[in-house]
Design a binder for this molecule. Structure first.
Ligand code: PLP
Length: 371
């Protein structure tokens, strides 16, 4: 007989907190009586989507009665060319979020564990816990960098995954090639190293490692990238990964047959060829990142040095309070309480005038209280 007192979900699911999305910008404007709002909360590309991608989608609209190509043939082919790998070594997914979920669901063992860093991308934890993988969280260094030595130290007999973001969200910090190689040399072959390079295109630091270039030497390495950030296609949900064909074949057994949609596949192929848009996005980011960090410093703050399209900064008051005060002024940022940083906000790079509005609103909010 069924036990009527049995809870509807296992304790692991019960303990998860749902991801809380921000309100739609239009709704916020209506509620607060604002005529305009500046959204610097999700690390989106302020220049919009790649124009070549938009054009490709317009052309694809008449084909939407067809299912997408379940094997993403052309996209995998273009990505393989672009990355110098074989199409069979490319995974495409409904955002790198889905890639993370697929990896955990496909390769988990009963009772296995995942090593993650504190103050790192929350999806590593969410995807692991939802698949009954036990998470071991390693503290960061005091300057908010991954402590790769401590993470390697934490690997035990049951460890199956280690999740690295380079650069990391929400800190904007990164690690160099030598540190990554040292870690890869130490990791046992049955531990999968998931290296998330969502902000790869923006990074200009000379010692920054290209995971795909390293990948062939380490068959347990999986490198993830996305079209959501520099390519400006966050709303389409399309990301990709590079991994051994042997691993990829297992992913193919688990993933839904049509996990990426037709428009996203076409747009991604076109975006890969839009060098002009990519160059403009990178140049814009280089300029506005300086504008944003310098502006924060002028307000007496100490932003964490970032190589991405966002900046993490500690505030003199709880971040939630400042977040709400900024919201009333029509500026949306991300308070970092959920990432274990209750005094920090994360601010994405926007257009120059948007950053100007944010800085002036933050200045107002900070002086108001001091009075
Ligand atoms: C934004 C981001 C992603 C991208 O996720 P998508 O699902 O591809 O939109 C992945 N990893 C990190 C660390 C990110 O910040």
């Amino acid at each position: 007989m069924k036990d009527p007192t049995r809870p509807p979900v296992v304790p692991e699911i019960e303990g998860l907190l749902p991801y809380i999305p921000g309100k739609p910008v239009d709704e916020l404007k209506r509620e607060l009586g604002l005529t305009r709002a500046v959204k610097l909360a999700s690390n989106e590309n302020p220049l919009g989507p790649s124009p070549l991608a938009v054009e490709a989608m317009r052309e694809a609209l008449a084909e939407l009665h067809f299912y997408p190509d379940g094997g993403a043939f052309y996209l995998k082919q273009r990505l393989a060319e672009h990355l110098g790998v074989q199409p069979s070594e490319v995974l495409v997914a409904n955002g790198s979020n889905e890639a993370l979920e697929l990896i955990v669901r496909t390769f988990r063992w009963p009772g296995c564990r995942a090593v993650v860093s504190a103050h790192s991308f929350i999806v590593y934890k969410m995807a692991s816990i939802a698949a009954n993988v036990i998470v071991d969280e390693v503290p960061m260094t005091p300057d908010l960098r991954f402590d790769l030595e401590a993470m390697a130290e934490r690997i035990g007999d049951e460890t199956r995954f280690i999740f690295l973001a380079n650069p990391n969200n929400p800190t904007g910090t990164w690690f160099d090639r030598a540190s990554l190689v040292r870690l890869l040399e130490r990791v046992p072959p049955d531990v999968l190293v998931v290296l998330d390079e969502a902000y790869f295109e923006f990074v200009e630091a000379p010692q920054y490692p290209d995971g795909v270039a390293l990948w062939r030497e380490y068959p347990n390495l999986i490198v993830l990238r996305t079209f959501s950030k520099c390519y400006g296609l966050a709303g389409l949900r399309i990301g990709y990964g590079v991994l051994s064909s042997a691993l990829n074949r297992y992913i193919d057994r688990v993933r839904a047959p049509f996990n990426t949609n037709l428009l996203a596949q076409r747009a991604a192929v076109a975006a890969l060829g839009d060098d002009d848009f990519l160059a403009r996005s990178i140049a814009h980011n280089r300029r506005t990142l300086v504008q944003l960090t310098d502006g924060m410093r002028r307000l007496g703050l100490h932003p964490v040095e970032s190589v991405t399209n966002f900046v993490l900064v500690e505030l003199p008051r709880p971040a939630q309070e400042i977040f709400e005060a900024l919201l009333e002024r029509g500026v949306i940022v991300r308070p970092m309480g959920g990432y274990g940083l209750p005094y920090h906000i994360r601010v994405s790079v926007g257009l120059e005038e948007e950053i100007g509005e944010f800085l002036s609103a933050l200045g107002d909010v900070m002086t108001e209280r001091r009075r």
